[in-house]
Design a protein around this ligand. Structure first.
Ligand SMILES: CC(C)(COP(=O)(O)OP(=O)(O)OC[C@H]1O[C@@H](n2cnc3c(N)ncnc32)[C@H](O)[C@@H]1OP(=O)(O)O)[C@@H](O)C(=O)NCCC(=O)NCCS
Length: 144
């Protein structure tokens, strides 16, 4: 059974491991970044037999919005409703506040997921992170 819970700082290494597995980059996040994000309060994990198989990491912006920094599901667990459950948990936790996410324009699964949750693409951004060459949609879910 997959359970969803608020991430604890002690979950940070497990989240980082999953990020490295998904994004195939050794330095996807800095050593302390996940712990740092978790302390911002908007991070949840999906666990199966105590192993982290999914995570959503978000933070509050200076404009009273929540920015979703990453959502990742272990490949073997994808397309089984876990991403949606993680997002719904975050949305319920955030309450009545706009939510932002940057989604690669080629990432059909993620674009679909965000649309299903009420996000709309607001604009296209080229290389928003300045590291790899990619175009992202800035997607936004208005207050509900
Ligand atoms: C994108 C991702 C987070 C979705 O999470 P998930 O648990 O696999 O998705 P869910 O099972 O909750 O699916 C919810 C909806 O997302 C969309 N979706 C999910 N996987 C999809 C796929 N492979 N193809 C097309 N749409 C897909 C569908 O609309 C789906 O609704 P449906 O089940 O009614 O068809 C997950 O696949 C993932 O971690 N991918 C790799 C990392 C990544 O791209 N993260 C997003 C960064 S912005």
């Amino acid at each position: 059974m997959v359970s969803i819970s608020k991430a604890k700082v002690s979950d940070a290494p497990g989240i980082r491991k999953l990020e490295q597995q998904i994004w195939r980059e050794k330095e996807t996040t800095g050593k302390y970044e996940d712990g740092y994000i978790i302390r911002f309060e908007y991070a949840f994990v999906a666990k199966e037999k105590n192993k982290i198989i999914g995570a959503i990491l978000a933070m509050k912006t200076a404009n009273d919005e929540v920015y979703v920094e990453d959502i990742i599901i272990s490949p073997k667990w994808q397309h089984q409703g876990i991403g949606k459950r993680l997002y719904e948990t975050l949305l319920a936790y955030c309450g009545n506040i706009p939510i932002l996410a940057l989604v690669d324009t080629k990432n059909e699964a993620s674009i679909q997921l965000h649309k299903e949750l009420g996000f709309r693409g607001t604009k296209k951004l080229k290389n928003p992170f300045g590291v790899v060459s990619a175009t992202h949609f800035l997607m936004r879910r208005e207050k509900k």
